[in-house]
Design a protein around this ligand. Structure first.
Ligand code: HEM
Ligand code: HEM
Length: 189
């Protein structure tokens, strides 16, 4: 089953969910580790290039995922779920989508406004252009510091929301004993 139905996720939604989840969890760890390294080492520079390249892959996949979602249907939550839990699930998913976009976009904006002006070379293949710097936020260095701070704080917010999301998935499996976790693992669930 390629597309979602009222009761099940299709293989495209499932494949995108797990590919993006794996990349993002890896990128959160990678980012936090990378910023502890000596900044002017050539090896650090290569790791930053890798971080930025994977970040652009995530941005492309998330854009595709959002397109796929808005052109299809989303399975209904189990009817027996209380209204507040359904609301919490929707708010959680909206936050996850917002953070999936915010992370790569603030990364792109912070490097675009950096006074260092370093290029972003996608997996050593081609250069990705810088975005125009939003002037109204101040001097280039202030703009870059602003987006660096948002990128960093959003990462911590992301970790918290992911932990809550995983907690909710486990609650569905072990406590509510419904099919919510299984249907994100197989389109036949
Ligand atoms: C899935 C997308 C991404 C995730 C999850 C992610 C995650 C992170 C994390 C956790 C940090 C460490 C933050 C800190 O402690 O200060 C970081 C730093 C950084 N990220 Fe990303 N990132 C993503 C995409 C990008 C993209 C697309 C770019 C650039 C095109 C980028 C550029 C950077 C840079 C330059 C830093 C170092 C900032 C500093 O100097 O403190 N990131 N990232
Ligand atoms: C970076 C990590 C993750 C992100 C960004 C993420 C994001 C999302 C989003 C946005 C949805 C809603 C999909 C829709 O539009 O219907 C979703 C659904 C789901 N996720 Fe994740 N997820 C992540 C990791 C995980 C992990 C590790 C698990 C398992 C423990 C998990 C289990 C599920 C389940 C079971 C659903 C289906 C909910 C339903 O049927 O309504 N996710 N995820």
């Amino acid at each position: 089953m390629i597309r979602n139905t009222r009761s099940a996720y299709g293989i495209v939604a499932i494949a995108l969910h797990w590919t993006i989840a794996t990349l993002i969890i890896g990128m959160l760890g990678f980012g936090l580790y990378m910023v502890t390294l000596p900044i002017f080492e050539p090896a650090t520079y290569s790791l930053y290039q890798l971080h930025k390249s994977i970040g652009f892959v995530v941005l492309a996949l998330v854009s595709l995922r959002i397109l796929w979602k808005i052109t299809g249907i989303t399975p209904d939550l189990p009817a027996e779920m209380p209204v507040w839990e359904k609301l919490a699930a929707h708010l959680g998913h909206i936050s996850l989508y917002a953070l999936m976009l915010l992370m790569p976009l603030t990364g792109w904006l912070l490097v675009s406004s950096s006074p260092l002006g370093l290029p972003t070379v996608f997996f050593n293949l081609f250069q990705i252009p810088h975005l125009p710097t939003p002037e109204f936020l101040g001097q280039k260095a202030d703009v870059s510091a602003f987006f660096t701070a948002v990128h960093g704080w959003a990462a911590y917010a992301f970790i918290a929301v992911i932990l809550a999301h995983v907690g909710a998935a486990l609650k569905h499996y072990f406590i509510s004993k419904d099919k919510v976790l299984q249907r994100m693992l197989s389109s036949k669930a």
